[in-house]
Design a protein around this ligand. Structure first.
Ligand SMILES: O=C(CO)COP(=O)(O)O
Length: 259
């Protein structure tokens, strides 16, 4: 088996469609500053700006290869008659190394992306030499802990399996476990719930194949303080709103670095 190329731990931020162009530039510039030498950060840091900012973000990060640039989605084909769609080949050409796929905001209406669509896109991302960051998660919350874990594992398993089947065995994959009900909330899902679900999903992946380069991150209202509760079983965090303040993003990275 090839040695893993993914860092042991990853922390990333999804800017969704929250930022405009100038604030994206300011945000990326600030991140590049705190990870640049003399800082020595072993955590993989990734950032997903909106498409129109990717080329300029790539220029801004030219001297900061520690920060991995990624896109929030892509099309499954490299080129063709797909007006308004985004080619994975072009994402690679402008400097992306990760592509987020199957985010809850794309699996639901109006985009209604299915597991099959997400898996086909994951294959396209790998074919173009990038890493798929595949979001998975159950739609609704159960008040009973054991029931909630079972529901989550049942809903996430086909989301995971379809991607494993589509992507060659030596390709790295990052999954972001994001319970849909925990996205945009005030608090993340409970650590007990997340750790139990991620443990089952890791077991599932382990029984299917020996894939060295798989990481499972947690996302959904994650913030400073969340990592301490999840570090025993999760490989990092996928942040949203609570990292839109660069100071908070840096705080989370430090928490991961110091653990
Ligand atoms: O969807 C997310 C990351 O992709 C998480 O968003 P929030 O942290 O804002 O809930």
């Amino acid at each position: 088996m090839k040695p893993p190329i993914l860092p042991k731990r990853l922390v990333g931020v999804n800017l969704k469609m929250y930022f405009d162009a100038p604030s994206t530039t300011a945000y990326i510039t600030a991140i590049a500053k705190f990870v640049a030498p003399p800082a020595s950060i072993s955590t993989g840091i990734f950032i997903l700006p909106s498409y129109p900012c990717l080329a300029s973000a790539s220029d801004l990060l030219d001297m900061t290869p520690q920060v991995i640039l990624g896109a929030q989605n892509c099309h499954a084909e490299d080129s063709g008659a797909y007006t308004g769609e985004i080619s994975p080949l072009m994402l690679k050409q402008v400097g992306c190394r990760i592509v987020c796929l199957g985010h809850a905001e794309r699996r639901r209406a109006p985009f209604n992306e299915t597991d099959e669509v997400v898996a086909t896109k994951a294959e396209a991302v790998v074919r173009n030499g990038m890493i798929p960051l595949v979001c998975i998660g159950e739609k609704s919350r159960s008040g009973i802990m054991s029931e909630g874990v079972g529901i989550a594992v049942r809903e996430c398993s086909p989301q995971v399996m379809s991607v494993l089947r589509a992507v060659p065995g030596d390709a790295p994959i990052i999954f972001a476990y994001e319970p849909v009900w925990a996205i945009g909330a005030q608090e993340p899902a409970s650590a007990d719930h997340v750790l139990a679900v991620v443990k089952s999903l890791k077991q599932l992946i382990g029984t299917v194949e020996e894939r060295a380069d798989v990481r499972i991150l947690y996302g959904g209202s994650a913030k400073p303080g969340t990592w301490g509760t999840l570090k025993e079983g999760v490989d990092g965090l996928f942040l949203g709103r609570f990292a839109h303040d660069v100071g908070n993003f840096e705080r989370v990275v430090r928490e991961v670095e110091e653990s």
